[in-house]
Structure formats: structure tokens, C-alpha cells
Design a protein around this ligand. Structure first.
Ligand code: ZN
Length: 319
């Protein structure tokens, strides 16, 4: 991955905003993409840095950080589309004529109302975990802390998609449903898609319980949003778990090897099963829990942390 940085913003942390880009995606002039680190930004602990979630932070800080991220890419005048991330395998199609009031779903400016700063839409209106579009000059925005960002680009059809793959979304086949939705909606050929798997929690740090494995292998199901029956075999085939011997860092209580989920490899396999070419998939290979200085980690910071943004957009075609 290639690291970029923006000039420090006035009143923000003295460190500049830093973001990562995939080498195989950076060559396309109409594609804009960035995975932000937590560096720079206005937020204080526990969300210190470039947090864009309203959950644990002052809304005005999170909104200002959204603006900073957009500004780092020169996109601060474009509207942003997002979804309410619910760990599903739902893929939303962004089409401006069908989405009412969408342009305030990812607010990045606070309004002054009677002397107070107010965010006017605290929640996005649509629930999904991937968003796709062929529209230009619209920013797709999702936020992350351990869950994997999946960035899709079809250079032939000029289509982008951005997905959020935590363990639940992965167990529901979000990588599979995103490729499927791109094919159905835009006629994207899976073998032409370029995909980047961004930073997320690595197998090194992702201890899970046995019921998680049972879900992947179809021996249990979710009580809500069940796994689509026709995807169960593919999800089971994609799943990669490993037994990690006890390490000195873990509490002495467990001397048994521990079950870990490999979210990176499981998603990579789902992409391969969906027809994406191995040479078209780039894996960041960065564990968010191992790199808390650079990324927010829900697991490593016991849930009290921020979210870093991932942004994608299509520029207008050259005149
Ligand atoms: Zn790790």
C-alpha cells in the first residue's frame, strides 16, 4: 500500500491526516479511494484522532473529521452517500434520483442552532453493509474499527462499491453478495473486478468462540438476518479458522490453544469463489489490533474507540 498525507488542519491535532491507497487502484485517473488512519483530526481520547463516528465522540469533532478526510482528497464539495452498517450482507445501490434526502446521510458540517452546534441527521436512512454506484462526483463513505473494508472497482464499466465485512457480515457472505450485486446491476464481470482488502483485525488478534465457527459451517444460524440458504456452502467453504497456542500476553487462565478467525483470508476466498481473479485482489495485511497507534480497534480498545473512514468516488470523465 502507498501512504499519503495531507497538510495539518488548523486547530486539529498537530499530526497530519494520513491515508493509504492500493497500488493496483491508484493508476486509474477517474477513481478516488482512501483508507484513513487515525492520525490527524480533532477528536480526544478514547477516539483520539480522525474519528468519524458519533457514538463515542462529540458530534462536532466527528463531523469536522469527516470534512478533513474529504478535504485531504479534494472532495469536500461533493455529497456523500452512506448506509447504516448493521453487519448484514445487504448491498445498497446508490442512485441519486431514487434516494431522497441522501446527501445529508453523512453530514460533515455542524449547524449552528441557537448558539449550539447540531448535526441534523445522526443516522443514515438505509441499512446495508455495502454500497455501489456508477454515479460520478458522489463519495461513498463507510467507517471501520477492526471490520474489513472491501473496495471494488470495475475499470471497464466505471463502477465502484465499498463493503464492510466484520465476522457477522462475512458469515452472511457480504463479499459474495457484493460481487453478485455488481454483476446483476451493472453487468460487471467478476474476472474484471479489482478488489482491495483494507486493514482489519488479523488472525493474530481475533480469538472467537466456538459458536462463531458453527455459524460459518452452517451448524447454527443467526436469529435475525439468517444466512441466505444458497450461500451457506460457499460461506462454509471460505471459512478459515486456526488454533493459536497460548501466548505470554494472554491471561494465564487459558492454557488450551485458542480458536482464531482469519477474516482476511475468509474474505479473499469468498472473492475467489465469486470469480474474482487472485491477481486482482490486493490485501493490505495490516492488523488494526496490532497497530492501535495507526487505526481504531474495537477489540483492542474494548469497544471504547472511534471509527476511521474509507472513501471512494468516481471523478468526472476527462473532457
Ligand atoms: Zn494482530
Amino acid at each position: 500500500m502507498i501512504e499519503q498525507q495531507a497538510a495539518p488542519a488548523r486547530g486539529a491535532s498537530s499530526s497530519p491526516v494520513r491515508y493509504l491507497q492500493f497500488e493496483h487502484l491508484i493508476q486509474f485517473p477517474t477513481l478516488v479511494h482512501a483508507i484513513f488512519t487515525r492520525h490527524g483530526g480533532y477528536s480526544q481520547p478514547p477516539c483520539a484522532g480522525l474519528n468519524v463516528s458519533f457514538k463515542e465522540d462529540r458530534p462536532e469533532a466527528a463531523a469536522a473529521n469527516r470534512w478533513l478526510a474529504l478535504q485531504a482528497l479534494g472532495l469536500e464539495t461533493w455529497p456523500c452517500a452512506t448506509v447504516w452498517q448493521i453487519h448484514s450482507a445487504e448491498v445498497a445501490l446508490f442512485a441519486s434520483e431514487q434516494w431522497e434526502d441522501w446527501s445529508s446521510d453523512w453530514p460533515y458540517r455542524a449547524l449552528q442552532v441557537a448558539g449550539h452546534e447540531v448535526i441534523w441527521t445522526p443516522r443514515p436512512r438505509r441499512r446495508a453493509d455495502a454500497i455501489m454506484t456508477a454515479e460520478r462526483k458522489v463519495v461513498l463513505a463507510l467507517s471501520f474499527a477492526d471490520c474489513l473494508p472491501l473496495l471494488f472497482y470495475d475499470p471497464q464499466r466505471q463502477v465502484i462499491a465499498l463493503a464492510h465485512a466484520g465476522w457477522r457480515g462475512t458469515a452472511r457472505g457480504i463479499a459474495l453478495t457484493t460481487v453478485e450485486a455488481l454483476r446483476r446491476q451493472f453487468g460487471c464481470a467478476p474476472e474484471e473486478l479489482l478488489v482491495g482488502i483494507g486493514p482489519g483485525i488479523g488472525v493474530c488478534c481475533y480469538a472467537v468462540d466456538e459458536p462463531v465457527r458453527e455459524l460459518f459451517y452452517g451448524r447454527r444460524d443467526f436469529t435475525e438476518l439468517p444466512v441466505r440458504p444458497d450461500l451457506r456452502n460457499l460461506v462454509a467453504e471460505s471459512a478459515v479458522f486456526s488454533l493459536v497456542p497460548p501466548s505470554g500476553e494472554r491471561p494465564a487462565a487459558s492454557s488450551e490453544p485458542q480458536l482464531h478467525l482469519d477474516l482476511w483470508e475468509t474474505n479473499r476466498r469468498q472473492l475467489l469463489l465469486a470469480g474474482v481473479k487472485a491477481e486482482h485482489i490486493a490485501l493490505a495485511g495490516l492488523c488494526t489490533a496490532c497497530h492501535q497507534q495507526d487505526f481504531f480497534s474495537y477489540r483492542a480498545e474494548q469497544g471504547r474507540t472511534g471509527r476511521f473512514p474509507v472513501l471512494m468516488a468516481l471523478r468526472p470523465e476527462e473532457a
